[in-house]
Design a protein around this ligand. Structure first.
Ligand code: SF4
Length: 299
């Protein structure tokens, strides 16, 4: 077994740089919680955060935009494959892409603002398209779940000892938990339809004004439906079946339903968390730029 030059470089960076891992919320499909937190810390990653706080900020911004623009239609811009498809194939829909960046980008900006200078960001997520998006938005490093698993496997096969900045105390709850800050109800954000489901739209839009869809088979049909039906205020769309859990080259080979269930189980499991100390409040991000760029995702 060997590592690609890109992964070798990232492993070297982990040895010498202060790195914050931004873990995509579909991680329970491929990794166990809370073990994954410890595994990442053992790679000498300083801090591990999830994207749920950014998802909450994004939802709040969506709600504001929809409220202030009752006559306009919007398309969710969280999935870079959808954004790229619109830019290439449906230019007439470009101005309907909501001007809000994805959870990965928003959390990256928050970390850069919140943590002392010098911290690098490493996004760990399901898909290659996110790596392209990471490049566009200046995220320092990005790897897929498969690549993270390759690093774990390589280290195990070559007896590379765990690296530790500090003595990890397995009885110390903090070492097993995400660093601040996070949010509870957006833990299911990567599942198809759950962006719309987690928005608070009372008095802003009705259920039949939302179209929540996922999977590649009928994408063209949904874009046509959206274009032809001005009653649809918000198109919540993800390219993969079931949402990000359905990226075909995720490590897990389980059925989509089982992957979806794992994310839902994780959310339930976390209900017993004492989240309040680390709950991300809106005011923490005052002044943070959460808009997206109109530039095309690099190929
Ligand atoms: S839906 Fe698929 S292509 Fe889109 S961001 Fe998620 S994993 Fe990537």
């Amino acid at each position: 077994m060997w590592l690609t030059p890109e992964l070798e470089n990232i492993c070297k960076a982990l040895d010498t740089e202060k790195v914050v891992a931004l873990l995509a919320p579909s991680f329970p499909v491929d990794f166990k919680f809370p073990e994954i937190i410890l595994q990442l810390r053992q790679l000498w990653i300083d801090k591990v955060v999830e994207l749920t706080y950014a998802a909450k900020l994004i939802n709040m911004e969506y709600e504001k935009i929809l409220k202030e623009n009752p006559d306009k239609q919007y398309i969710c811009a969280n999935c870079p494959t959808i954004v790229t498809m619109i830019q290439a194939k449906y230019p007439e829909l470009k101005d309907k892409l909501i001007n809000v960046a994805s959870p990965m980008v928003v959390m990256h900006r928050y970390i850069k603002k919140e943590y002392e200078p010098g911290y690098k960001t490493l996004f760990i997520g399901p898909c290659v398209a996110k790596k392209m998006e990471a490049k566009l938005y200046g995220i320092d490093y990005a790897i897929t779940f498969q690549e993270l698993q390759a690093i774990f496997d390589y280290n195990k096969e070559n007896n590379i000892p765990h690296k530790q900045h500090f003595e990890i105390d397995v009885t110390e709850a903090g070492d097993w938990d995400f660093d601040k800050v996070y949010n509870d109800y957006t833990k299911i954000y990567p599942l198809g339809g759950w962006v719309a489901e987690t928005m608070h739209l009372k008095g802003i839009a009705t259920k039949d004004q939302l179209l929540a869809v996922d999977g590649p088979a009928n994408v063209d049909e949904w874009f046509h439906k959206f274009k032809e039906n001005s009653n649809i205020r918000f198109l919540d769309i993800l390219m993969c079946n079931g949402g990000c859990v359905g990226w075909p080259w995720i490590v897990s080979k389980d059925a989509i339903e089982a992957r979806v269930q794992r994310v839902k189980d994780y959310k339930e499991y976390c209900k017993k968390d004492k989240i309040w100390a680390k709950l991300g409040k809106f005011e923490y991000s005052e002044g943070l730029d959460i808009t997206r760029t109109s530039e095309a995702i690099p190929a």
